[in-house]
Design a protein around this ligand. Structure first.
Ligand SMILES: [Zn+2]
Length: 296
């Protein structure tokens, strides 16, 4: 088991903790598949809702909160039945707009793993307005069930009545819909190719600024983030923040970052390069490799 879970595992009911420990090896980054979940639930003797709430201290352990010291954990359950953990992230000394909320971390984790719909969000504090708006961008967003400690389960429509949604701006394929933008580049650099593939899967219906970031650590592992826009603009999730959140879920340190690549489409009416450099320079002494590509 990874050292970071030593404290939080003691907060779980003992049968659940015992069944979970074998899953918390070096590669664990918050993903538990449907089969593992069924086995955990049988061993725990809990209902699924009770078990997911009980797992939140494990998710919250992945938080990086140098400013607030307030750790939030969230779990997104995908339509596949798999669950994806997420936690909040802040950048030391930087503007609060660089922060990632736990729900965004969990949802982006599910998206990067190929989920096309979120059916449940489990979180240890009531979702803030920013996250309610972020979730309203998702496929069937209004129907997502929100699970909170000590509360009845309600759909997002209960927490965000009269919500402003992608449909209000004429967007018919919301976030997590499988869509692929065709962008090409002549490169044999695996990091550039990975960033290009991820940028093709990014979600930028309001600016067409399709973009992705790939971070490489010194051991050659890569962690990526896609751009995820929002109809209300500000709850958009930057690709660098999504990649940093992924890096932290994998228990990696910023000083392990070796290279950072941002790919963006030349068709965007905005550029993410300034915001991406600000975030990168706050955490690592690495220069951003910025590549602008022409969509097909
Ligand atoms: Zn939030």
């Amino acid at each position: 088991m990874q050292d970071r879970f030593v404290k939080s595992i003691t907060q779980l009911p003992e049968p659940l903790a015992n069944a979970l420990v074998p899953l918390l090896g070096q590669d664990f980054a918050g993903h538990i598949d449907a089969q593992q979940l069924t086995e955990l639930q049988a061993a725990s003797g809990l209902s699924e809702k009770e078990m997911l709430l009980a797992l939140l201290p494990i998710a919250a352990t992945m938080a990086e909160t140098p400013i607030s010291h307030f750790n939030v954990g969230a779990i997104a359950k995908g339509k596949s039945g798999d669950i994806y953990m997420g936690a909040n992230l802040e950048l030391t000394g930087e503007a609060l707009c660089h922060s990632v909320h736990a729900e965004q971390s969990a949802i982006s984790h599910a998206w990067l793993s190929g989920e096309q719909q979120i059916v449940d969000i489990v979180v240890n504090y009531s979702p803030c307005g920013h996250c309610r708006q972020f979730m309203n961008e998702l496929v069937q967003g209004q129907s997502i069930r929100i699970h909170l400690p000590g509360q009845d389960v309600h759909p997002l429509s209960h927490y965000l009545p009269y919500g402003f949604s992608p449909a209000d701006l004429g967007v018919k394929e919301p976030l997590l819909t499988k869509q692929q933008i065709d962008i090409e580049i002549d490169s044999d650099d695996p990091m550039v190719i990975e960033a290009l593939d991820q940028a093709g899967l990014s979600y930028a219906p309001y600016t067409q600024a399709h973009a992705a970031v790939v971070l490489e650590t010194k051991d050659g592992r890569t962690y990526c983030g896609r751009y995820a826009e929002n109809a209300a603009y500000n709850p958009s999730m930057m690709p660098m923040q999504m990649a940093l959140s992924c890096l932290k879920r994998h228990n990696r340190d910023y000083d392990e970052i070796n290279r950072a690549v941002l790919i963006e489409s030349s068709k965007g009416v905005i550029s993410l390069v300034g915001a991406t450099m600000d975030a990168l320079h706050a955490i690592a002494a690495v220069e951003l490799e910025h590549i602008v590509v022409e969509p097909a």
